[in-house]
Write a protein that binds this ligand. Structure first.
Ligand code: GDP
Ligand code: IMO
Ligand code: MG
Length: 423
């Protein structure tokens, strides 16, 4: 019986998809417990790139059952596109009957509400995630299982459509919701996906002996409770949130892999203390291909921030780290790592809740030696021979000893093979 969780330790896009795919070779089941198509997970296998938004990355392994858990919000339109792209993988997917449905009006509301917030907008990709979780919390939501019950589906829509129409009118979007059209669309999703909808929690419990991997979406610092509110997502990308969303007892998680880039990126708005708006930031964006998987937006880039990671460690209890994108820093003379913040009110060692205070934080850096730019083949050879550049080892020692968490995996390229297991 073994459950492991793969968690994004920063602001998302740490390489969770790649690490999940790699570790999924050891398990029978991969579960996503939270988030929706706001996630974008890229997995590269033998040079071929797969971009997944809703489907758990484990679906790329033929022997794995992929499960979309109760805590997810699922846009069936997007799900069907992804299934189509993969060929008919539906036999390998189970969707919780309790997961909530992202309806077309959630996307409309997402756009309208972001526009209404002006300076306070989170910079969402407009996938309807916040409004879908909002309807879940106010009990106006529609669940995947409701798509299979015509009477329930109709009753739910009769309740939610007039309210949503009033909200859209309030925002002046000019959109008109047609209940019958929405009913037909939702019922057709139910008919298409019926054989894939079921009891996810039970299925996981029955498959524990073959190993279960919980695949995180988003990152700890955009957690609804513990992230940079209000620039956050609407779910909890922590092991606790993932267990809750999957429908398993949190105590079953034996291993928590915290995925962190060797630097930091952010899509979306909000204060970002170590952000680099200079040639080094450009280097990270260009060499790291830091453009959003979901939107193509350029990601904001900056130095690794230990204050952030210490906050993540407190919430997640990582048993090991997977450190990604080590290749991207190759060729820089020096590497900076932020270890505390200077503020007008004094030195700060802990990540603040106040966005006003975070915006006033200036990083205090320690400077480490950079390492040479290596080709993919050179990284591969160095990893195979156990002879990574000394500066890489020094960087990893600095990070892991400060955090008190060992490195379990190192990643030095997008491809599945560009991975080194240390433990
Ligand atoms: P996720 O959301 O955490 O799964 O991460 P994304 O897939 O959104 O973003 C990570 C990006 O970096 C993807 O394009 C990956 O293919 C790529 N990637 C992952 N690990 C590495 C690595 O070690 N080096 C490089 N150069 N790219 C990587
Ligand atoms: P993965 O799984 C990076 C960000 C959005 C926005 C905020 C709220 O690929 O790491 P939402 O649509 O969730 O209401 O948007 O959260 N965001 C992400 N940023 N990676 C993600 O997922 C993200 N999912 C949401 O950019 O700032
Ligand atoms: Mg991503």
């Amino acid at each position: 019986m073994s459950v492991l969780a793969v968690v994004g330790a920063q602001w998302g896009d740490e390489g969770k998809g790649k690490i999940t795919d790699w570790l999924a070779g050891d398990v029978g089941t991969v579960v996503r417990g939270q988030g929706g198509s706001n996630a974008g997970h890229t997995v590269v296998i033998d040079g071929e790139s797969h971009k997944l938004h809703l489907l758990p990355s484990g679906i790329l392994r033929s022997e794995v059952l992929a499960i979309a858990g109760a805590g997810m919000v699922i846009d069936p339109e997007q799900l069907l596109v992804e299934l189509e792209q993969l060929g008919d993988s539906r036999g390998k997917l189970l969707i919780s009957e309790r997961a909530h449905v992202v309806m077309p009006y959630h996307r409309l509301l997402d756009g309208a509400e972001e526009r209404a917030k002006e300076g306070g907008a989170a910079g969402t990709p407009g996938k309807g995630i916040g409004p879908a979780y909002g309807d879940r919390a106010t009990r106006f939501g529609i669940r995947m299982g409701d798509l299979l019950e015509p009477q329930t589906l109709r009753e739910r829509l009769e309740r939610v459509v007039p309210r949503t129409q009033a909200l859209l009118d309030y925002y002046g979007t000019g959109d008109r919701l047609e209940l019958e059209q929405l009913y037909d669309l939702a019922a057709s999703w139910g008919a298409t996906l019926e054989s894939s909808i079921g009891n996810a929690s039970l299925a996981i419990a029955e498959r524990l002996d073959r190993g279960v991997l919980l695949e995180g979406a988003q990152g700890v610092h955009i957690d609804i409770d513990h992230g940079i509110y209000p620039f956050v997502t609407s779910s909890s990308p922590t092991p606790a949130g993932m267990a809750q969303g999957a429908g398993i007892a949190p105590g079953l998680i034996e291993r928590v892999v915290g995925v962190t880039k060797a630097y930091v990126t952010r899509v979306g708005t909000g204060p970002f203390p170590t952000e680099l708006e200079d040639a080094t930031g450009e280097h990270m964006r260009d060499v790291g291909g830091e453009f959003g998987t979901t939107t193509g937006r350029p990601r904001r880039c900056g130095w690794l921030d230990m204050v952030m990671l210490e906050h993540s460690q407190r919430l997640c209890g990582f048993s090991e780290l997977a450190i990604t994108k080590l290749d991207v820093l190759g060729g820089l003379d020096e590497i900076q790592v932020c270890t505390a913040y200077e503020t007008p009110h004094g030195r700060l060692e802990h990540f603040p809740a106040s966005m006003t205070l975070l915006a006033e934080c200036t990083p205090i850096y320690e400077t480490l030696a950079g390492w040479p730019a290596l080709s993919p083949a050179e990284w591969q050879a160095a990893a195979a021979a156990g002879s990574l550049p000394a500066e890489v080892n020094d960087f990893i020692t600095f990070l892991t000893s400060r955090l008190g968490v060992p490195a379990g995996l190192l990643s030095f390229g997008p491809d599945r093979e560009a991975t080194l297991r240390l433990r």
